[in-house]
Design a protein around this ligand. Structure first.
Ligand code: HSE
Length: 401
């Protein structure tokens, strides 16, 4: 029997217990052993909960129980999750987590610690919720040199952008509605400013490179400046605005970025709507592949955590290979990245814009008082210099594809 402890009986933690209970016959068959939740660690008590007798408040009870071989860290945040995960791994107990903050910050170190102690640090649920993406990168695409990952990795912002696109709504109104419906956090900053997607692309990029991609080095821009007018132009261009988290391994270096992009209808990520996430991966032998599904939510995320427990059960005393060591990947300055840009300027700046950018493609959306256009392919640096020079910029959005 595999004795499991769940740290944090919140949304994901209670989901882990529910998934194990609901699918126990199938899960136990696939694991080759019965899974049993022996402890649930939480500061709170849960009177009336069917698992209330499993609740403990002291982590040492779990740490010192030799029967517990797998710990699910579903607490989130760095403290005390980091200390608990370290102590568990040092004691030879595998850790399965949904904690993207912790994986992005200390993933390489915790993976190494797991190797040294013949156990596992697994984190399928940390990116894309229930979408299998860590396992494909780790096991399935091992014959590939992956040169590009592009993801819609945040459900909250994808929901907001989808509503703005389909209903012509304002950012602030949709955000409020999403908060009222429980889709968006009361403090939505990590989502709408792109920090959540940044951590997730850092995790995927680290697996792509086999070395650590520091999320703090990734240029990140959120969706707060995107307006309903931008979507009117987007429609005219046959495009939509999506918050993309991307990394590219090129001859000029390794680039990573999180920002809103205008993507065309033909782009595989165009139809990824509402709270759904998707990860679009390019490998040099396979070409394109895409992974799609629910990127958040109790049961999808918990399902991914439980799949990691099953992996632990299948590999007792063995560390499953994961290539992510502590060497730091150098991220090339985004200033050198080349692309086209969509720009809106005050009407009075039309001549200055044409002079600065040369032959541009005009875009009309019956919006008065402004001039909108698409630049030719240029570096981010050259683009910034020119928009600063002309002034009067209402908005600018990067073009993909
Ligand atoms: N806040 C995240 C999202 C939750 O909206 O995608 C899943 O990591």
């Amino acid at each position: 029997m595999i004795q499991v402890a769940v740290l944090g009986y919140g949304t994901v933690g209670s989901g882990v217990v529910e998934v194990i209970e609901t699918n126990k016959a199938d899960i136990n068959k696939k694991a080759g052993e019965e899974l049993n939740v022996k402890y649930i660690l939480d500061l709170r008590d849960f009177p009336g909960d069917p698992y209330e007798d499993k609740v403990v408040h002291d982590f040492n009870v779990i740490l010192q129980d030799p029967d517990v071989s797998v710990i699910c860290e579903t607490m989130g945040g760095i403290k005390p999750a980091y200390d608990f995960s370290r102590q568990a791994l040092l004691a030879g107990k595998s850790v399965c987590t949904s904690n993207k903050e912790l994986v992005a910050l200390h993933g390489a170190e915790l993976i190494e610690l797991a190797k040294e102690n013949h156990c596992n640090y697994l984190f399928e649920a940390s990116v894309g919720g229930g979408i299998p993406i860590i396992r494909p990168l780790n096991y399935s695409l091992t014959a590939e040199k992956i040169d590009s990952i592009t993801g819609i990795l945040n459900g909250t912002t994808n929901y907001i952008l989808t509503k703005m696109d389909k209903e012509g709504a304002d950012f602030a109104d949709v955000l409020k509605e999403a908060q009222d419906n429980g889709y968006a956090e009361r403090n939505p900053e990590a989502d709408i400013e792109g920090h959540d997607a940044c951590r997730k692309i850092a995790i995927l990029s680290s697996l792509m490179k086999g070395e650590n991609v520091n999320y703090e080095d990734i240029y990140t821009e959120g969706i707060t400046k995107i307006t309903r007018e931008d979507f009117r132009y987007a429609k005219k261009m046959g495009r939509s605005v999506k918050l993309l988290a991307m990394s590219r391994d090129t001859e000029d270096g390794f680039f990573a970025m999180v920002a809103p992009f205008l993507i065309p209808k033909e782009h595989p990520l165009y139809s990824v709507n509402d709270v759904f996430n998707a990860v679009y991966v390019h490998g040099n032998m396979l070409g394109d592949s895409m992974y799609y599904g629910r990127g958040a939510g109790k049961l999808p995320t918990a399902s991914a955590v439980v799949s990691d427990i099953v992996d632990c059960a299948r590999h007792p005393g063995k560390t499953i290979m994961c290539f992510w060591d502590n060497a730091q990947v150098k991220i090339t300055d985004t200033a050198n990245a080349k692309r086209r840009f969509f720009v809106r300027v005050d009407e009075g700046k039309k001549e200055a814009a044409i002079q600065a950018f040369g032959a541009v493609e005009e875009v009309g959306a019956d919006i008065t008082g402004e001039y909108a256009f698409i630049t030719n392919v240029m570096t981010e640096k050259a683009f910034e210099e020119k928009v600063t020079e002309i002034g009067g910029v209402i908005n600018r959005i990067r073009m993909e594809g």
